[in-house]
Design a protein around this ligand. Structure first.
Ligand code: GLA
Length: 407
């Protein structure tokens, strides 16, 4: 989202339709979505990840109130019905999650307010409007973007500050406790700390980071959305995490990060077959992430493509978090050359599912100058093979982390 004059005017108009006009200045907190280039399901195993921020965002527009209430509204509802969708006291230390299924989205807001309050922030009354150009449930971390944007808005309105990584930890806590997803630290960290033009190599144990410039010559990363959203994704996610923790206990290590390929070979018999597969994914994915970061730093496109394909296979076969539509879409992108009679040069050099899995997007390395033709071909083949319409397809530019601005 570019904060140009037209976007600012549109955001102000939506806000004032909801909360009315007054003389106080409006401010906005912007937090990006993210795509993970490599390192899937490694973060909660203490391993390595390599995400980058997108230039699509969740925006939280805000203005302080004279009382101590936090009111929040989403911009996708009818602006004529402007009762706040949710409201609660600014001292959120004893706040609990909402149970009403229609309002579950507000648990991200509540969770962040509660955790920041518990950590000593003195929040003030504020009216928040949430607006996004980032698709939900597509594996692009719209929930982390919402959490971090809300965190910035609440602290900035109250005149408080916190370090970007502290914000990431607070938002991860909020997600664990208020959304019930036992996520790792990747999403909130990259959303809070990304740098434009770079991917973020993150060691999820030490939280050491390295910004790796994304320079791809005549190539580009691209996303293709299957349009599929599986309801069971969050429960399956928590099960995978539990399986990994059980396996780590059996192997007597603190986390699967501490297991190498040799160890898996020699001590793998302590694990059941499912656990062996899960561990194999985590161990090989950690290695691939380091290799990918190296290939990215050296502009080695073929190596990156190869690693993307291997990662998809590992997520499909060993970690079992892919689905039919992700498999179809990634294969169609990989073999586009063969599918089209004059398709030479259309195919992506590598493609894989991204995010938690069970739907969402495929990441691919493609030629930007052939992108339109590739999308046309993929759209037609994907519809024919899956019976579904392809969702969003876009070329990616690595964006900046979260920030606040005056509107
Ligand atoms: C979700 C979680 C992350 C990470 C990915 C899988 O996005 O929020 O912490 O575990 O899945 O890599």
């Amino acid at each position: 989202m570019k904060l140009d004059a037209a976007t600012r005017a549109a955001l102000r108009e939506r806000y004032e339709a909801c909360f009315g006009k007054n003389r106080a200045r409006l401010r906005v907190a912007l937090a990006p979505g993210r795509v993970n280039l490599l390192g899937e399901h490694t973060d909660y195993n203490g391993g390595f990840v390599l995400p980058m921020a997108l230039d699509r965002h969740v925006a939280v527009i805000y203005r302080t109130r004279s009382d101590a209430q936090i009111r929040v509204h989403t911009a996708d509802r009818n602006p004529k019905h402007c009762d706040a969708d949710d409201s609660f006291a600014a001292d959120a230390r004893r706040l609990s999650p909402v149970r009403n299924a229609r309002k579950k989205w507000s648990n991200y807001v509540r969770g962040v307010a509660a955790v920041l309050s518990e950590r000593g922030a003195r929040l003030c009354g504020v009216d928040l409007l949430i607006w996004a150009d980032l698709p939900e449930g597509a594996g692009l971390s719209s929930s982390a973007a919402l959490e971090v944007a809300v965190g910035h808005a609440l602290l900035d309105a109250a005149g408080e500050k916190c370090d970007a990584q502290e914000m990431a930890f607070a938002c991860q806590q909020a997600e664990h406790r208020f959304a019930g997803v036992k996520c790792g630290i990747m999403d909130q960290t990259v959303v809070a700390r990304a740098q434009a033009g770079c991917a973020l190599l993150l060691d999820c144990r030490s939280i050491e980071t390295r910004h790796v410039p994304v320079k791809l010559g005549g190539w580009s990363f691209a996303l293709f959305d299957t349009g599929v959203r599986h309801k069971l994704a969050s429960s399956a996610y928590n099960i995978r995490r539990m399986e990994c923790e059980n396996a780590a206990r059996k192997l007597r290590v603190a986390a699967l990060r501490d297991v190498g390929l040799d160890e898996l070979r020699t001590r793998g018999s302590k694990l059941n077959v499912t656990e062996q597969r899960r561990v194999r994914h985590v161990v090989t994915e950690n290695l691939r992430t380091i290799q990918f970061a190296h290939a990215l730093a050296h502009g080695d496109i073929n190596e990156m493509g190869h690693l993307l394909n291997l990662s998809h296979e590992s997520l499909r076969k060993d970690y079992e978090v892919s689905c039919r539509e992700l498999d179809i879409l990634s294969s169609v992108i990989r073999i586009a050359d063969e599918l089209d009679k004059d398709g030479a040069g259309l195919a992506g050099v590598g493609a894989r599912m991204v995010g938690g899995g069970f739907g969402g997007c495929v990441l691919a390395l493609v030629r930007p100058d052939r992108f339109e033709a590739l999308v046309d071909l993929v759209r037609e083949r994907y519809r024919r093979l899956s019976g579904l319409q392809l969702g969003l397809a876009m070329l990616l530019q690595p964006g900046d982390g979260a920030r606040v601005a005056t509107l």
